[in-house]
Design a protein around this ligand. Structure first.
Ligand SMILES: Nc1nc(=O)c2c([nH]1)NC[C@@H]1CN(c3ccc(C(=O)N[C@@H](CCC(=O)O)C(=O)O)cc3)C=[N+]21
Length: 294
């Protein structure tokens, strides 16, 4: 059997189109949803990513503001920018690009963002709301993964899900979302005993560990749906290429469906960022939200 390849790039385009259509419906309102992205330092990968976000934000009919700060920016200077954006009524979403330079306390910065504008869903208030089943801003990458899973599988209730990785950005919120969908959820990580055996239980396997090709075909239950969150740049045959956390070549022989890298989860992350910005706007202005988003 050869797995179906889940086209995240195409699905992300449909999500962005739905966001754009809803933004257009907001109508004569002179105030459109606005997203601010703060980038500290000059990491080249981050620059590319921020540029894509800006382009797609504008294509969706929203306003984009970019704040670029030097790598030596102090924590208090960054906090001042956040305070200004929190108070700015034209800004509905604020994203602080991670990772931040070492002189800055990341958790302190994330908790300075107004939870209502926290389109990354990283503020403790949103983390707590998600964990307790309240309306929350949900982190973009796990939200994108969930959309792909529901599109493929319909109801997820009762399914065995294994999340490999326990980061605050992907693994933990992914587990919360799958629980919310009534999956039986296992969170595995670097200290898990017999990781391969645990993965083989999964009808839904989400790999988010940041280790190139860690998950092999023989770790996968036949017919499972495999979501590969990893985006690892490696050197191979003298060339630089992107690979996931799943060994695609062996996995495709066993899985029922699998996301590719690139073209899988990555584009969904940006689409969900736009969806979250629209959601933040709708909640703030008390107008109906986009169905199927957060
Ligand atoms: N506060 C914060 N929120 C984030 O969501 C966040 C962040 N910081 N820091 C960096 C990571 C990384 N990230 C990506 C999103 C999309 C692609 C993406 O669209 N990738 C394309 C390929 C891109 C390429 O070719 O290089 C794909 O997978 O098809 C990649 C990476 C979001 N991040």
């Amino acid at each position: 059997m050869t797995a179906d390849i889940i086209d995240g790039k195409a699905f992300a385009a449909t999500v962005r189109a739905r966001v754009a259509a809803r933004v257009a419906e907001l109508g004569d309102n002179e105030m459109v949803p606005g997203l601010a992205v703060i980038l500290v330092g000059d990491d080249p990968a981050s620059q590319v990513y921020v540029r894509n976000k800006r382009k797609q934000t504008i294509e969706a009919g929203m306003r984009s503001e970019e704040v670029r700060l030097g790598a030596d920016t102090s924590e208090s200077e960054l906090l001042q920018h956040i305070a200004r954006l929190n108070a700015d009524p034209t800004i509905h979403g604020i994203l602080v690009q991670l990772p931040l330079p070492p002189q800055i306390d990341t958790l302190r910065v994330l908790d300075a963002v107004d939870p209502a504008k926290d389109v990354d869903g990283f503020h403790v208030t949103n983390v707590g709301r998600l964990a307790t089943g309240q309306a929350a801003m949900v982190p973009c990458t796990p939200l994108g993964c969930l959309m792909l899973l529901k599109d493929r599988l319909g109801s997820l209730a009762g399914r065995e899900a294994v999340v490999v990785g326990r980061s605050n950005i992907v693994g933990k919120p992914m587990a919360q979302l799958l629980l919310r969908e009534n999956c039986t959820v296992t969170v595995a990580h670097s200290r898990t005993r017999d990781l391969a055996e645990v993965c083989r239980r999964a009808e839904i396997l989400v790999a988010a560990v940041g280790q190139p090709r860690l998950v092999k075909g023989d770790w996968i239950r036949p017919g499972a749906t495999v979501i590969d969150v990893g985006i690892n740049r490696i050197e191979e045959d003298g060339k630089s290429r992107l690979v996931g956390d799943v060994d695609f070549a062996s996995a495709i022989e066993v899985a029922g469906a699998i996301t590719p890298v690139p073209g899988g989860v990555g584009p969904m992350t940006i689409a969900c960022l736009l969806a979250n910005t629209l959601t933040a706007y709708c909640r703030l202005h008390d107008v109906p939200e986009l169905a199927g988003a957060a």
